[in-house]
Design a protein around this ligand. Structure first.
Ligand code: NAP
Ligand code: MG
Length: 484
């Protein structure tokens, strides 16, 4: 039975709340400054290809200036400051993020292309929650299980991707600052604006100059940052390829490193799973943020007896997803972040057809301008195909089947990655059985893509190492090794 489809009237969120500047400087030592040896680049709205602003990019001399400012601030101000005082700043940042949440959400959607309902209900509230959570730790570090006098590492260089620009900045900055480190952060080239608005928020919170420095730019700015000898710690989120390069470059330098890289998560549905709930979870698992999520449930493993029913229900559900203007409050599927990412998705989807899988998308009209890809389902997928092995980072789901729990575990673990997994079943004992055998940093049971600042997140194998979030997230920014 198909349900009637009611048209929705347009419900666009107003852009008026965002005060876009024509150009943005680098944020170094508490001020917006012009680059010394960097340049400028434009950032665009991927849903319309409209240029939003011109942004300064940092060259090696600018990166050096930022690292020196961070060092001075760490040694003179932020490191010696009692944790309870640092906490006050972090609480203030969290509250200002909440106060300016609409502005942040609209800006994030403009620069990234994600639906406003996601930036408004997920990215921004979670970013505030991370600052609140780590503010709470700042005066309790001696009780966190890392010894009576845990010490900061010093200066952290942090490089983040474009899929959750503000949230990734919060994941990086909040634990580093709570533990007394100072930071130099490089946002992704296609999404620098929310990090620069966060810089304004840090000014508003009176954060001492140099504690956080933000150096936009492309990959070469990131490379200059992670290679800087003045750092004590590098934290990177992005592709496995760049992560491996950074690990090679840092080997033997004594600098600490955490890597959060790609994934190819299995979302496993047993025959006893509550079907309509599972379908919602599958949709959320792969179409949230257009599938541009490192922990996306991109490999659906369905127990054989129910595969037809699941695929049918999924198709009915995908038929109701609304693709279009990311600023419209009813939009489910927004734009792909860049033309480069769109090309990658198109190439991998084409390989799925070439290698014999069956492709299906609901009827939907793609806007003329901007970067768009329809929600896509592949059935008849076998583990050797590229769409079952490689991270697509787009709204593309590969459906595979299994017969027994052992086969599900074997197929799920048949990947060099290990970031996340999902299990859908009515049986609690089966959830525990599976969770103990799945090689993934996070295993969700009867849900997917749930994040909480109190819960650690990170990978195995080619998904990287180190944990962000929770008490574990403090460890990456404290002196010593704690194999507790
Ligand atoms: P990426 O190149 O790894 O970018 C991640 C960050 O690293 C960006 O800020 C990037 O700057 C910077 N960067 C690039 N080259 C660098 C280098 N040599 N040294 C230091 N920093 C460097 O990833 P991408 O090109 O945006 O995306 C490629 C693929 O990576 C995606 O298709 C997806 O599969 C995966 N990915 C994973 C995640 C995740 O959350 N785990 C996030 C994004 C992408 P620019 O933005 O200026 O290039
Ligand atoms: Mg952009």
């Amino acid at each position: 039975m198909t349900s009637p489809r009611f048209p929705y009237a347009p419900a666009p969120e107003s852009r008026a709340v965002v005060n876009l500047r024509a150009s943005y400087g680098l944020f170094i030592d508490g001020e917006f400054v012009s680059p010394a040896d960097g340049g400028h680049f434009k950032t665009e709205n991927p849903s319309s290809q409209e240029v939003l602003a011109e942004v300064s990019s940092a060259g090696p001399a600018d990166v050096d200036r930022a690292v020196r400012a961070a060092r001075r601030a760490q040694e003179e101000v932020w490191g010696p400051m009692p944790g309870r005082e640092r906490a006050k700043y972090l609480f203030r940042v969290a509250r200002i993020i909440q106060e300016r949440s609409r502005e942040l959400a609209v800006l994030e959607t403009l620069d990234n292309g994600k639906p406003i309902k996601e930036s408004r209900d997920v990215d921004v509230p979670l970013a505030a929650a991370h600052f609140f959570y780590y503010a709470g730790w700042a005066d309790k570090l001696a009780y966190a299980g890392f010894g009576p006098h845990p010490r900061p590492l010093g200066v952290a260089g942090q490089v983040i991707p474009w899929n959750f620009p503000l949230l990734m900045a919060a994941w990086k900055l909040a634990p580093a600052l709570a533990t007394g480190n100072t930071c130099v952060l490089k946002p992704a080239e296609t999404t620098p604006l929310s990090a620069l608005l966060l810089a304004e928020i840090l000014q508003q919170a009176d954060l001492p100059p140099g504690v956080v420095n933000i150096v936009p730019g492309a990959g070469d700015t990131g490379a200059a940052l992670v290679a800087h000898p003045g750092l004590d710690k590098v934290a990177f989120t992005g592709s496995t390829e760049v992560g491996k390069q950074i690990q090679r470059d840092l080997a033997g330098t004594g600098r600490r490193l955490t890597l959060e890289l790609g994934g190819k998560a299995a979302n496993i549905v047993f025959e006893d799973a509550p079907l309509s709930q599972a379908v919602e979870g599958i949709v959320n698992g792969i179409f949230f943020n257009q599938g541009q999520v490192c922990c996306a449930g991109s490999r659906l493993l369905v127990q054989e007896p129910i595969v037809e029913g699941v695929v049918e229900a999924l198709k009915r559900r995908l038929d109701t997803l609304r693709l279009g203007d990311p600023l419209d409050k009813n939009t489910d599927i927004g734009a792909i972040n860049s033309s480069a990412q769109l090309d990658k998705i198109r190439r991998l989807a084409a390989s799925g057809e070439d290698e014999g899988a069956q492709r299906w998308s609901p009827a939907c009209t793609l806007p003329d301008r901007g970067y768009w890809f329809p929600p896509t389902l592949f059935t008849g997928v076998v583990p050797a195909q590229r769409i079952a092995r490689e991270e697509i980072f787009g709204p593309v789901l590969s459906v595979l089947t299994f017969r027994t729990p052992e086969e599900a575990v074997e197929k799920a673990n048949n990947t060099p990655y290990g970031l996340s997994a999902g299990v859908w079943t009515e049986k609690g004992s089966r959830i525990l059985h599976m969770a103990a055998r799945l090689r993934a940093g996070v295993v969700w049971a009867n849900t997917f893509n749930r994040f909480d600042p109190a819960s650690p997140f990170g990978g195995y194998g080619e998904s990287g190492f180190g944990r962000e979030g929770g008490r574990h997230g403090l460890e990456a920014y404290l002196e010593g090794s704690f194999d507790a």
